[in-house]
Design a protein around this ligand. Structure first.
Ligand SMILES: Cc1cc2nc3c(=O)[nH]c(=O)nc-3n(C[C@H](O)[C@H](O)[C@H](O)COP(=O)(O)OP(=O)(O)OC[C@H]3O[C@@H](n4cnc5c(N)ncnc54)[C@H](O)[C@@H]3O)c2cc1C
Length: 442
């Protein structure tokens, strides 16, 4: 039994979540529940795992348990890019086959999400908009030149977009150049994950607002999950808990909890939209990853995301003062890009926690007999969570596929962290250094 489990502590400021229509009350864990499979965490990974288990085992009882409402965790509060390309660090991997495997896996996730969105008519601003990777000055441009070489090596399509054309799309002359890659999709993350939860197969039972505070063996090869008002007894346990995997005693000292933050405006009025002068429905990530992500949604809101923090106590690590500073930094980035909208306020500012590892390696596998996990997507988890959750279910039922071979080939063990206080000092100074070096791109 774990002694003390730190729970997620996400703030209530998430704009995506606030924009959802109201939902029926959560069904919570109560009493003694018997299940064939228990899945902890109902983000992209847990939702995909539960769905796939149900497809494999239509007669099985599958319990999907989350400490919060679906959409309230990182999966509902991200920037809404569903990215096909390997992330920055994997893109530089020396083995071309490694990158092709990642591409295939991410694209399988996108196809899977698209299929579910169409089949269940999930209204989530899903759009095949592609993605701009934008440079402000010479530092960003050097990153783009490197990105161009990596894309060419990979044989992936892309297009340079220069300042003038960019301004007609973004409504901003702030960026000097960008590379547009066509394979990325955009979405409203809270709407997507709540839609996925609503459309789960009938033999998956979703229990929300039901934190699991302890795990123990049941003495017969299965597991007991202890909640506040009940227990789940299950033969097999699948963890889609991302950074919180470590709270259950697994991958300890190998994951790093990182928080990043976003702010958005209310929907622009017709007059503001005319002054803005750009288009709807685009997304731009920074050429230099420590820079600023920007999106314009289909419903006329501009979003700014930047700033990273090391958060050993997850959401509890952040103070109001720090949040004010982050919001001020978002405001400065907004004004630099959209001075013509200076009077348009932010309506929401929020943060979200995810896991990175020092060697940028994702974990996927069996942790011990009957316990499976996918954890540590290094901050690009919409596609990765979907495919790794799906394949975690395949692994748990003993299925085999080319995709399982692929995911095993591209994942591994996140490297061990140094002990505190060296870890905190090291991570904080790296984040500060990256922010300082990239200040011209913020
Ligand atoms: C601001 C921001 C922007 C981002 N932008 C992007 C982006 O554009 N594209 C992208 O791909 N990724 C992005 N990410 C990262 C992405 O959101 C995550 O990588 C992804 O959501 C991880 O999904 P997951 O299902 O693995 O984990 P999570 O969504 O973190 O789900 C884990 C779940 O486990 C639950 N849980 C934890 N502990 C317990 C417990 N004890 N009992 C029960 N339940 C528990 C949590 O409540 C949570 O819902 C962003 C993240 C943030 C914060």
């Amino acid at each position: 039994m774990n002694k003390h489990i730190n729970l997620p502590h996400d703030d209530s400021g998430c704009g995506w979540y606030a924009a959802l229509a109201s939902r029926p009350d959560a069904k919570r864990l109560q009493g003694r529940q018997q299940a064939d499979y228990a899945v902890i965490g109902a983000g992209f990974a847990g939702l995909a795992a539960a769905r796939r288990l149900a497809e494999h085992m239509p007669e099985a009882r599958i319990l999907l348990v989350d400490a919060q409402r679906v959409g309230f965790g990182a999966s509902g509060r991200n920037s809404g890019f569903v990215i096909d390309l390997p992330h920055k660090f994997a893109l530089g991997h020396p083995d071309p086959a490694h990158k092709q495997r990642l591409l295939r896996l991410n694209r399988a996730a996108i196809a899977q999400l698209q299929h579910l969105i169409e089949r269940h008519r999930i209204d989530c601003q899903w759009s095949h908009a592609g993605k701009f990777q934008g440079a402000v000055g010479p530092r960003g441009q050097a990153y783009l030149d490197h990105f161009e070489r990596l894309l060419a090596e990979l044989g992936e399509p892309f297009r340079w977009v220069e300042r003038k054309e960019l301004a007609t799309v973004l409504g901003s002359g702030h960026y000097s150049r960008a590379i547009h890659t066509p394979g990325c999709y955009l979405m409203q993350p809270a709407a997507l994950v709540t839609g996925l939860a609503r459309s789960l197969p009938a033999n998956v039972e979703l229990l929300e607002e039901s934190p699991i505070r302890g795990l123990e063996r049941d003495g017969q090869g299965g597991w007991i999950l202890r909640g506040d008002a009940g227990t789940v007894h299950a033969r097999k346990l699948l963890l889609g808990a991302s950074i919180f995997t470590q709270e259950f005693g697994y991958l300890r000292n190998r994951l790093l909890p990182v928080m990043t933050f976003a702010s958005w405006t209310r929907p622009l009025t017709d007059a503001e939209l005319a002054r803005y002068g750009g288009q709807l429905d685009w997304g731009l990530t920074p050429a230099d990853h420590a820079g600023t992500t920007v999106r314009m949604t289909q419903d006329r809101r501009l979003i700014i995301r930047n700033t990273y923090k090391h958060v050993p106590k997850y959401g509890r690590s952040t103070s109001d003062g720090m949040r004010q500073k982050v919001r001020a930094s978002h405001r400065a980035a907004f004004l630099a890009r959209f001075p013509q909208l200076a009077e348009v306020p932010f309506s929401h500012t929020w943060g979200g926690v995810y896991a990175i590892s020092r060697n940028f390696t994702n974990f996927f596998g069996e942790l011990e007999d009957g316990v499976y996990a996918t954890a540590c997507d290094n901050g690009v988890g919409a596609a990765w969570g979907t495919i790794s959750g799906t394949l975690m279910a395949d692994m748990a039922v003993g299925a085999d596929s080319q995709q399982l071979h692929d995911i095993r080939a591209v994942t591994g063990m996140p490297s061990r962290n140094p002990p505190e206080p060296f870890l905190g000092l090291g991570v904080r100074s790296r984040i500060r250094l990256a922010a300082w070096s990239s200040r011209s791109e913020l």
